[in-house]
Design a protein. Structure first.
Length: 191
């Protein structure tokens, strides 16, 4: 057998038979009766799923590419009003850097690196800026999102809205990735 489990077939079959008999090496107590054994097995499964073999090529490429991907996302966001691109595309491209880092360095270190409060702050910042611009126009005597009533140029106001939407999209995409990559425990609770 190749791979991480290098036991012979005889050892695997013997262990499977003893587990099926309820012996399983834990003195006749099966995983249903002993939740700590089930928790250890779940932790081992989670560790195996999130375990990553760091390749110097992949990590170096990730470190090299990430700043350029973020810069491209900012470019798409700021110049999407007059060129192909926009806030949604820019937000998704910027959020993809987190996925790139997680694939290169593993989900565990990436999750430790991400601050959940900062992630929520990114989402709240985007929604807040959008709300201030949208309803600030009403306060200034215009309609919702009427950008002509602001003292700034319309182009500057559109860029501000684009930045708000990009921050909102990036926050949601990163949040979904972190939530889905963490997995679920028994009963559907997130880990």
């Amino acid at each position: 057998m190749t791979g991480p489990d290098r036991r012979t077939n005889t050892e695997s079959e013997t262990e499977e038979e003893s587990t099926a008999d309820g012996d399983g090496g834990d003195d006749g107590v099966d995983a249903a009766e002993n939740p700590s054994t089930a928790d250890v097995a779940d932790a081992d499964d989670l560790e195996r799923l999130t375990d990553v073999t760091e390749s110097p090529v992949v990590t170096t490429a990730s470190r090299t590419i990430t700043p350029f991907v973020v810069a491209f996302g900012i470019y798409l966001t700021l110049f999407g009003t007059s060129l192909p691109g926009g806030a949604f595309q820019g937000g998704v491209v910027m959020a993809s850097t987190v996925v790139l880092v997680a694939m290169a360095f593993g989900f565990g270190p990436t999750r430790e690196w991400l601050d959940e409060r900062a992630l929520a702050g990114l989402f709240v910042l985007g929604a807040g800026i959008f709300g201030v611009v949208a309803f600030g126009a009403v306060v200034l005597g215009g309609d919702v999102l009427e950008l002509f009533v602001f003292p700034l140029t319309v182009e500057d106001m559109v860029k501000l809205v684009e930045v708000a939407i990009a921050a909102l999209v990036a926050g949601v995409i990163i949040g979904l990735f972190v939530w889905l990559a963490a997995g679920f425990g028994e009963g559907g609770d997130s880990i």
